[in-house]
Design a protein around this ligand. Sequence first.
Ligand SMILES: [Mg+2]
Length: 136
Amino acid sequence: MSDGTTTVRALRERVAEFVHARDWEQYHRPTNLAKAISVEAAELLELFQWREDGEALGPAVRARIEEELSDVVIYCLSLANAMGLDLSEAVLDKLRRNEARYPVAEWRGRARDPATERDRVTPRTRRTRSRPGRRT
Ligand SMILES: [Mg+2]
């Protein structure tokens, strides 16, 4: 099975079978699953901690990234199952809204909103501290 041949439905059913076989539906409440997604996303992020941008990743690290990314996706699919959400519809709808929010003509090659950047607060200057001791 690969991305080219596997449907979202097939993945959701496979996750549901895994959960059902263990009688874990009782634990797979939306709040628990949302927490689990966040925990697994943090585990994924940890693999990049202290690495330089563009640093080559060895096969062992890539395997760990694949594992943690899979954990995130599995919990996302499980959340969609628990809530009866149509994930494909939701993702495609969100992409349509993102396309409207970030028109290509304005956002191509740009990651930050120039209007927001103009309003950036400049770092505070360090305050000088008065000398310690008794006040006179
Ligand atoms: Mg994990």
